[in-house]
Design a protein around this ligand. Structure first.
Ligand code: FMN
Length: 397
């Protein structure tokens, strides 16, 4: 039986948590409840213990669970961590990395998807601090179920009422489905820039930070794919549990991609591989006085072109970073490289693309269908791209 952890905070809507537990149980999930101390003042933990059939976690220092570090042990067992109702206080703690009770410590320990259903008075919900905390958590991949408008406990009409238990359960189930959706698939992702050396200290590179490719790798891993990430030099920590290979030159990128290509079901080429390299490379630093200052560049191998000829049933996704005629050039690349999907972005637009946490892309299918994402975090864009990939997998059986 799959297990879900349900965090319960001290909101007046706490009574709706009972229905959430019952609805998950009907779908054959086990529920482990974690309450805050304040929640346990509003309602006796005995109620949730009787409903869920398990002891309730409240205090990480409790003697009752002393044989193991319970927040770490539980984090390994669950498929979903849901907090409903979530108070303004707890959302603030999660967003700031404060871990001073069981629930907030547990949040720091989980690797599974996290979903939060806030409930509070309208002013608290729309307070800029709360909205900033929600935005921060969303950017870290936490899903929110927005509260509804209605009659609130403070005897006012307004936004802030906990979403309906059925809706919370439905969203939770969707997220659990999503968390396994690439199980059994191997995804090869290329990311970051390459470096083409002129001599032992100088090189030609580009502005790619690698963020888009790393987000794709991380999201694919969240969906339980086996991920191989081949990356040029970046300042980003590679996601845990990916097979990570760091390369420098376009040629090394090609060699690593070809080495792992056969194993992959899906290949996403998000790296900004140099089109040019120096015709001659000096192993010693070239002396200023001894050089005319003129260098010759030659073309590098086009690795995407090479793999496109042997793609078979693999799903091949390319990126087109353009500064003009973005869609026209992307469509040309889509056809020429035999791609299943191309992600086109205009890298001349300020505040998105290279080096930014945000992107704004058009995702184009071979039949011309196009999804324009608008400006979104690279994490959100990676989710949209992988949703499209999953749709292609679904169609091809
Ligand atoms: C009766 C009562 C109802 C409350 N309802 C809410 C609520 O719906 N949302 C909220 O954010 N805070 C609510 N609060 C305030 C929180 O309980 C308070 O901020 C508390 O410190 C949160 O603790 P916790 O997050 O550890 O549960 C309520 C307080 C009381 C006494």
């Amino acid at each position: 039986m799959e297990k879900i952890a349900l965090g319960i905070c001290s909101s007046i809507s706490i009574y709706k948590s009972c229905e959430i537990i019952r609805n998950f149980q009907k779908k054959k999930f086990q529920i482990q409840v974690i309450m805050t101390k304040n929640a346990a003042q509003l309602v006796s933990p005995l109620l949730f213990s009787a409903l869920s059939g398990h002891k309730i976690f409240i205090d990480p220092f409790s003697d009752e669970f002393s044989e193991e570090i319970s927040h770490v042990a539980l984090a390994k067992e669950i498929s979903l961590f849901l907090v409903a109702p979530a108070t303004a206080n707890m959302i603030g703690k999660f967003a700031s990395g404060i871990a001073d009770d069981f629930l907030s410590t547990f949040y720091m320990a989980v690797k599974c998807p996290v979903i939060i259903a806030p409930a509070m008075n309208e002013s608290m919900y729309f307070h800029r601090q709360t909205q900033q905390n929600i935005k921060k958590l969303k950017s870290l991949g936490v899903k929110f179920i927005e509260p509804e408008k209605g009659y609130l406990a403070c005897r006012e009409e307004g936004w802030g009422r906990l979403a309906a238990p059925e809706k919370i359960v439905e969203e939770g189930l969707k997220l659990i489905d999503k968390s396994h959706s690439l199980r059994g698939k191997t995804i090869l992702v290329s990311a970051g820039p390459t470096r083409e050396f002129m001599d032992s200290v100088r090189f030609l590179t580009n502005r790619s930070s690698g963020k888009m490719g790393y987000e794709l790798a991380e999201e694919a891993q969240r969906r339980e794919a086996d991920v191989i990430l081949i990356s040029g030099p970046t300042n980003i920590q590679p996601p845990r549990e990916t097979k990570f290979r760091e390369i420098q030159t376009a040629q090394e990128m090609e060699e690593e991609i070809l080495k792992h290509f056969e194993k992959a079901d899906i290949v996403i080429m998000a790296a900004a591989v140099s089109d040019f390299k120096f015709a001659e490379v000096s192993f010693q630093k070239i002396k200023k006085r001894e050089s005319s200052g003129k260098v010759d560049l030659i073309r590098t191998q086009d690795v995407l072109d090479k793999i496109s000829h042997k793609k078979g049933k693999k799903i091949l996704v390319g990126f087109a970073a353009e500064t003009e005629n973005v869609i026209h050039n992307a469509l040309k690349k889509l056809k020429e490289k035999n791609l299943d999907l191309i992600v086109a972005n205009d890298v001349s637009v300020e505040g998105v693309g290279f080096e930014s946490d945000f992107n704004q892309v058009s995702i184009i299918h071979p039949d011309g269908r196009m999804i324009k994402t608008g400006k979104k975090s690279k994490l959100e864009i990676s989710k949209i791209i992988l949703d499209e990939v999953e749709e292609i997998i679904g169609k091809s059986g």
